[in-house]
Design a protein around this ligand. Structure first.
Ligand code: PMV
Length: 326
C-alpha cells in the first residue's frame, strides 16, 4: 500500500474593508468552514502526478521547474498545485515522487481564497508525508511564495487565514489576530460572474484620481467602520455587525465596484432576514456575504438561489490547516 496523508485548509471572506485596504485603511478577514482537501501518496517514481478533482484535470509534472511547457491549458491550471509541492521539496531539499489529489469545497476565482487554501493544504500534506516538521509560519510563508509565482502580488491575507484560521485584522501588510466571542452564521451568494481583482482595483484608482475630494472621504469612511466592527465582534453583537456590513456596501457602491447582480443578491438576503449583507472581495461579480440569525440561514440561502445566485451556508472557522489523516 502506498503511504498517504490528507490535509485540509479553510477559505476566507473579507468582512469589511476591501478596496480601502489598498489605500492603507484596515480590513477584517475571517476563515470559513468550507475547506480545500489535499490527499498525497508517496510514489516510487520521480514524477509529481496532480489530479484536481473539481477541474476534472490530471497531469504529470517533473520535480524541476522549467521542464514543463505551460502553453498547455492543463499544465497552466495545475501549476499552482505543482508550485506548492516544489516549495516544500526545495525547502526541505527532498526529491520524492508524489500523487496529489485536490478536492475543494470553495468556489474558485470568487474572492474566497480558494487558491491559498489549496496551496496551504498541499504544502501541509506533502510536508507531513516526507516527515518534515514545518511550523505554521513556514507553511504560510511557502504558500505565499507559491501564490507569488502564480498571482504575482498577493496581499498575504489568504495564506495567513488558510494557515491559522479564525479572524485577522490587516493593515499596511501587518496582520494581527482578532479574538471572536460568538459564532458568525453566514450565507455566501456567488453571482458566478468572473471578475478581475486587478481591473477593479484600477477602476477605484481612476475614480479616486478623477474625484479625489469625493472618493477619498468614502475610503476613509470605510476605514472608520473597522474599529466599530472590532468592538461588535468582541461583544458578539450580530445586529450591529450586520448594520456595519450594509454601510460598507453603500460605500463600496459609491466606489463603483457593485453590480446589478450583486445588488439583487444583497437585497434578497436582507429581505429574507439577514442582519446585513455586502459584496466581499473585489466586487464586479464574485460573491456577496450575508450575516444572519442562525435560524434564518436556510431562508436566506433560498432567497439567494431564487435570484439566480449560488448559495453557500457557512460560518467562521477557528480551525486553520489540519492533518486529517496520516
Ligand atoms: O476578491 P479578492 O479576494 O481578490 O480581494 C480583493 C481585495 C481588494 O481589496 C479589492 C484588493 C486587495 O489587494 O486588497
Amino acid at each position: 500500500m502506498l503511504r498517504k496523508v490528507i490535509a485540509s485548509a479553510p477559505g476566507k471572506v473579507i468582512l469589511y474593508g476591501e478596496h480601502s485596504v489598498v489605500y492603507g485603511e484596515p480590513a477584517i478577514a475571517i476563515a470559513l468552514s468550507k475547506r480545500a482537501y489535499t490527499t498525497v501518496y508517496s510514489l516510487p517514481t520521480s514524477t509529481i502526478e496532480i489530479n484536481a478533482v473539481n477541474y476534472g484535470v490530471k497531469a504529470e509534472f517533473p520535480q524541476k521547474r522549467g521542464e514543463v511547457s505551460l502553453a498547455h491549458e492543463k499544465f497552466r491550471m495545475l501549476q499552482p498545485i505543482w508550485e506548492a509541492c516544489l516549495q516544500v521539496l526545495e525547502y526541505t531539499n527532498t526529491r520524492k515522487g508524489l500523487r496529489v489529489i485536490v478536492e475543494s469545497q470553495i468556489p474558485k476565482e470568487a474572492g474566497l481564497g480558494s487558491s491559498a487554501a489549496v496551496a496551504v493544504s498541499t504544502i501541509a500534506a506533502v510536508a507531513s508525508l516526507i516527515e518534515a516538521n514545518l511550523t505554521p509560519q513556514v507553511i504560510s510563508k511557502l504558500a505565499y511564495e507559491a501564490e507569488k509565482t502564480v498571482h504575482k502580488t498577493p496581499s498575504g491575507i489568504d495564506n495567513t487565514i488558510a494557515t491559522f484560521g479564525g479572524a485577522v485584522l490587516f493593515q499596511k501588510g501587518k496582520i494581527t489576530e482578532i479574538k471572536i466571542r460568538k459564532n458568525l452564521p453566514l450565507v455566501i451568494g456567488d453571482t458566478c460572474i468572473k471578475r478581475s481583482t486587478k481591473q477593479l482595483v484600477l477602476k477605484v484608482k481612476s475614480l479616486k484620481e478623477k474625484y479625489a475630494n469625493i472618493v477619498s472621504p468614502k475610503i476613509k469612511n470605510i476605514g472608520l467602520i473597522i474599529p466599530r466592527a472590532l468592538k461588535a465582534l468582541n461583544e458578539g453583537d450580530l445586529p450591529t455587525l450586520g448594520e456595519l456590513m450594509n454601510i460598507n456596501q453603500g460605500l463600496l457602491d459609491a466606489l463603483g465596484v457593485s453590480t446589478r447582480e450583486i445588488t439583487k443578491l444583497i437585497h434578497a438576503a436582507r429581505n429574507a432576514g439577514a442582519y446585513g449583507a455586502k459584496l466581499t472581495g473585489a466586487g464586479g461579480g464574485g460573491c456577496i456575504i450575508a450575516l444572519t440569525p442562525p435560524e434564518k440561514q436556510k431562508a436566506v440561502a433560498e432567497a439567494i438561489k431564487e435570484e439566480g445566485g449560488e448559495p453557500i451556508i457557512t460560518q467562521i472557522s477557528l480551525e486553520g490547516v489540519k492533518i486529517e489523516k496520516k
